[in-house]
Design a protein. Sequence first.
Length: 312
Amino acid sequence: MGVISHYLQPEVLIRRVRWTSTLAIHPPLLTSLEQHFTNLRLDLKLHWSGPSTLRSSLLLHSLHVYFDPSKLDTVKASPLLTHVQTQIIDSPNLAELSMEIGSRGCLVYDVDPKPARLKGRHFPPLEKLTLEAFPLAVENVDYWMENMDWSQMRSLYFRAIDEPTCFFNKSMELVGGLPRLKALRMELPWFDNTGDLWEFEDTFRRFLGVHRDAGLSEIALEGDYWPCLQAILDRHGTTLKKLRLHDPERSYGPQREMLSEPELSDLGQRAPSLEKFSIDINCTLNGSLVGPFSRSPISVGCSSIYIFRNSQ
């Protein structure tokens, strides 16, 4: 602290502090920052297993919390999540929030903490929200929708959340909707039956239509996405700058379909502003898509093209 405190003087210009640790930022250090740098941006990234205490702050701009499931069970994780929610609510300048709970890679843990429903307390108007393996059950979706100002939301990223269909349905009921939304990235969960998948696809198409006026510039879907492709182009093709469509290969369930030559040509015509583009192709095509791809407007406008090859 002595070395750090040497730099925490009014005459030293510090605009941004990034804190990455298994522990929350030390209270004395946070107090010094608040006293000397009222316009500073504070970014916290915590790999958390407790019992360190997170403190709210007017300086807090972004917060990423990974709850370590190898060290936390549901009983221990629930009060930690409630504590984080409280500090988020008391940090009015927070603009970016990322919370991750659960599995990473091939490791799966049975951790299902319950976020508290803090009555009369409201989340700040976030601009970016990332939820990974987060317990977003139906009752929690209701709470988030009712207690968050969504008017400034520009970016959403979901991975392995419980109820994506419920979230998109509820978001369309918001007064004013998501008028500033520009980026939507999502790793779709595995649906146990085709009925659930069809329900999600229908809901997602309607979500894209509701936010047609916003004009999304980035859409990234990983999983079963092809039924949504035409809806993406119909509603947001002219504004898209980044498009990623990928269904990882797996040994179970139906595998993705590949883009055909007409579909590739159509995509190039209907997404003229595309700068970054990632798709799946079948490597057994032996270059049969090279010709139409080179003639597509995509190959002219894109600065980055990534192809996922399917070995089947």
